[in-house]
Design a protein around this ligand. Structure first.
Ligand code: CU
Length: 130
């Protein structure tokens, strides 16, 4: 009985190992080689990244966006629907100090779109898709 259990466990490990190996052959780590960088916007002293920078994203390539609130006060980040329909709206919902939110910037047309904090009018910048 005990030998049977040991044999089953050994076969299970062998199977998992084989599947793992095959998976790596089919799906190598370097499968995606796009010049896309993740974007981090940190709300601090009521700015995003000190300068409310322009954010450049490629059209039709979703770009990972993390919004992090390092202030004591609540911030959010919103992108409204655009008149040309070229960007997916974003709304992080209110973020308290220390909270962050993971989302994506998805632009389907070239354009300039505003991002902003709905609590602080000076916290605004542009997403430029190209
Ligand atoms: Cu704010």
């Amino acid at each position: 009985m005990r030998n049977n259990i040991i044999a089953i466990v050994a076969i299970s490990f062998a199977t998992v190992g084989a599947l793992w190996g095959i998976g790596n052959l089919i799906n190598p780590e370097s499968e995606v080689d796009l010049p896309v960088e993740d974007i981090l916007l940190v709300a601090q002293r009521s700015t995003f990244n000190e300068t409310n920078p322009d954010v450049y994203v490629p059209v039709n390539v979703p770009t990972k966006l993390v919004v992090q609130n390092d202030d004591a006060v609540t911030h959010d980040l919103k992108v409204d629907p655009s008149s040309n329909g070229g960007i997916t709206p974003i709304n992080t919902a209110p973020l308290r100090g220390g909270q962050d939110f993971l989302t994506a910037i998805v632009a389907s047309k070239p354009g300039t779109y505003e991002y902003y904090c709905s609590y602080h009018p000076q916290m605004r910048g542009y997403i430029i898709s190209h």
